[in-house]
Design a protein around this ligand. Structure first.
Ligand SMILES: [Cu+2]
Length: 193
């Protein structure tokens, strides 16, 4: 009698555990396929060049809606840690680290990049047309005791001059995130911050 009861409990627990595993697999599939939120596994060095010019953290406007954003990562900061862009159409990021590996993530978007000392991670993000307001930037690669304080902010301001009615995206639109190039860094970091 007691043995039969034990077998039933075995089956019950097999069902419960299988359901938990299936639920986790389904949530991974949902994040990866439906929401297109993936780890930075497309960060293959596709074109390893060399950056010899000096690296100065900061924002430079290259044209209407086109920005170059240089970011220096370190324990435990992003420099600059407040980035304000007006009507960005194309943001060219270049990020490097002065010490250990960090992870650059703009929360709520699909921008997710490994930042490796000795290399400059270069990529382009075309934010969705309706992106507006403050985005939190975090470090997603454990880098030491102050890791959780490593935050920055990207603010997108809209003046609407570049928007036309039919170009406004949907709220599900994550924008366009290019492949990441890692350039070997031979220059000097000009860090005034
Ligand atoms: Cu970190």
């Amino acid at each position: 009698m007691a043995n039969d009861e034990g077998v039933i409990y075995e089956y019950v627990w097999i069902v419960i555990v299988s359901a938990i595993v299936a639920g986790m697999a389904a949530s991974l599939a949902y994040y990866g396929i439906a929401l297109d939120l993936n780890p930075a596994c497309n960060a293959t060095p596709i074109d390893v060049g060399t950056l010899t010019e000096n690296f100065q953290p900061g924002v430079k406007q290259l044209g209407p809606g086109i920005y170059q954003v240089n970011i220096l990562a370190g324990q435990f900061f992003w420099n600059p840690n407040k980035i304000v862009l007006e009507d960005p159409v194309r943001i060219e990021f270049r990020i490097t680290s002065k010490d250990v590996v960090h992870g650059f993530e703009i929360v709520g978007t699909n921008v997710n990049v490994m930042v490796i000392p000795g290399y400059v991670a270069e990529f382009v993000w075309e934010p969705p047309k309706n992106a507006e307001g403050k985005y939190l930037i975090i470090c997603h690669e454990y880098c030491g005791v102050g890791h959780q304080f490593m935050q920055a902010e990207l603010e997108i301001k809209r003046t609407n001059t570049l928007l036309s009615g039919d170009s406004i995206g949907t709220t599900d639109d994550l924008g366009k995130f290019s492949e990441v190039k890692y350039l070997e860094f031979k220059g000097v970091i000009v860090d005034e911050g």
